[in-house]
Design a protein around this ligand. Structure first.
Ligand code: SF4
Length: 494
């Protein structure tokens, strides 16, 4: 009878980082992956973009050969060692040492040793990237693959595309050999801690903390945090993450239970009063001053943008926000007019947007946006690419008024905002309108859907039309919502 060999559990690089974040997460990934929710669309998109950047970086090493990964780690190791014998650069080689397993983006043989190139889809190097290469260097050397040099390969956000992509200019190389070697003890320490966790018979208990937050939040957050009330939890406090965690340690979960003598900032105190008494806070005098600044005609403006890692159009840089859509509500002389535009995706939309906005915005009146620094930056960057419009937009920034301001400064706070000043919370709290149930319900989703649909020639027209319609509905809600928020504020201050 075939007893079957027990499947070996490996500490891969992904698991290693999960374990550094939280032992519960590592244990679940190794023992009960079915407990993890499926990857959301944003994470999938990020992964696909990372893969595309990795492929492009391979062009820096002509003649390289790729080892197929995603198999049994030990087989991957054998095939990778074989590939290294070729003396050519090897892509996606995977190596095993005891219970450790990692895949090298690019490894290049060099006089009996090897240079390691780790590709990152970022324009700024962070500490975790150094730990990443240190983990790899340690593992490969223990596996008998001497590493001579270690490089991080990342995107140069000063590179401006001009025609064909030039990988040798798009990517920057940073020699981190010393840093990777210097972190060896730290990495060894983590490995010693994490390997036994993989083999625990049950998921370990871990208190919630800052490690659950961040971007992306831990996939188990919903479960581990379910003891907190859905509304009015201590996490509503503005800039109060540390305070919330210390309250939780004391067994205080709800705002109403926060003791009188617990130190709160002025804004946090306002929040406490609002949540305990279920009433909004209104600083009428500051709101009046804000509203007085609005000069007719008032233009409520919102852009949707996308920011691909690999520049799509000429005159754009990696991760540069490129507008593809705007919505505009124009209020003047008691009339309200709606205008909008969505680019079809075949050419750089910025010129067309500048042409249209130049005509629509004229020279007078306030331009209202929510979190307006984004709209200002978007126009500024578009003008860098099309300087012939500079004179037309010379007064643009001075006319812009940020509707986020009264909420950021706590001139208005409604308990339904649940601690957030974002439009996604402010609009429902003040007007009852909601983004829930919309086909496209956030800026990041708008950006992703546009990129995946309108910039992909393989997507059929019906699908394209569906996405364009959903984008139109979403962007118009943002600008109509701003008009309605201002209306509510006006009514409240009389
Ligand atoms: S939510 Fe927090 S405690 Fe729970 S698994 Fe994630 S990181 Fe760990």
């Amino acid at each position: 009878m075939n007893q079957g060999r027990e499947k070996k559990t490996f500490l891969s690089k992904t698991r290693f980082f999960s374990g550094i974040r939280c032992p519960r997460l590592l244990w679940a990934k190794c023992n009960s992956p079915e407990l993890l929710p499926p990857l959301d669309a944003a994470s999938k998109f990020q992964m696909e973009e990372g893969k595309a950047v990795g492929k492009l970086a391979q062009r820096l090493f002509p003649g390289g050969i790729e080892v197929e990964s995603g198999k049994d780690p030990e087989r991957h190791h054998r095939e990778s060692v074989e590939a290294l014998q070729s003396g050519r650069p090897v892509f996606e080689a995977g190596f095993v040492f005891e219970q450790l397993y990692s895949v090298a983006d690019i490894i290049v043989p060099c006089r009996g040793q090897y240079d390691l190139y780790e590709v990152k889809c970022v324009s700024n190097i962070r500490d975790e990237h150094l730990i990443d290469v240190s983990f790899q260097k340690y593992l490969y050397e223990r596996a008998g693959i001497p590493v001579r040099k270690v490089f991080l390969v990342y995107l140069d956000n000063q590179y401006v595309r001009n025609g064909r992509l030039e990988p040798e200019k798009l990517f920057k190389l940073l020699d981190v050999t010393e840093a990777a070697a210097g972190l060896r003890e730290v990495v060894e320490g983590w490995i010693r801690k994490l390997v036994p966790i993989m083999h625990l018979s049950e998921m370990p208990e871990v208190a919630i903390g800052e490690h659950c937050l961040g971007d992306p939040a831990c996939p188990f957050k919903q479960g581990c945090w379910s003891f907190l009330p859905e509304r009015d939890s201590v996490f509503v406090f503005s800039r109060g993450q540390k305070k919330a965690l210390s309250l939780i340690e004391q067994g205080i979960y709800h705002v109403r239970d926060v003791p009188e003598n617990f130190q709160l900032t002025t804004n946090q105190f306002i929040q406490k009063q609002c949540h305990c008494n279920c009433i909004p806070y209104i600083d009428k005098s500051s709101i009046r001053s804000f509203l007085k600044r609005l000069a007719e005609p008032i233009y409520y403006l919102d852009f949707e943008t996308f920011n691909p890692a690999i520049p799509v159009y000429d005159n754009t840089r990696p991760f540069q926000q490129v507008p593809f859509q705007y919505s505009l509500q124009i209020i003047g002389s008691g009339e309200r007019v709606q205008r909008g535009f969505i680019a079809q995706g075949d050419t750089d939309p910025r010129r067309e947007i500048l042409v249209r906005l130049k005509r629509l915005l004229g020279r007078e009146g306030s331009i209202v946006a929510y979190n307006a620094s984004f709209e200002k930056r978007t126009v500024r960057q578009a003008l860098e690419a099309y300087p012939e419009f500079e004179a037309d937009f010379s007064g643009f920034e001075a006319r812009v008024i940020d509707l986020y301001e009264p909420f950021r400064k706590f001139h208005y706070y409604h308990p339904d905002q649940q601690g957030s000043g974002s439009m996604k919370y402010v609009l429902p709290a003040l007007t009852g309108q909601s983004y829930q149930g919309m086909e496209i319900a956030s800026g990041s989703q708008a950006s992703r859907e546009y990129y995946l649909t309108c910039l992909n020639p393989e997507v059929d027209e019906t699908e394209k039309k569906r996405v364009l319609a959903a984008l139109e509905t979403y962007c118009h809600l943002d600008t109509r919502g701003m008009v309605d928020i201002v209306e509510v504020l006006r009514k409240q201050v009389g």
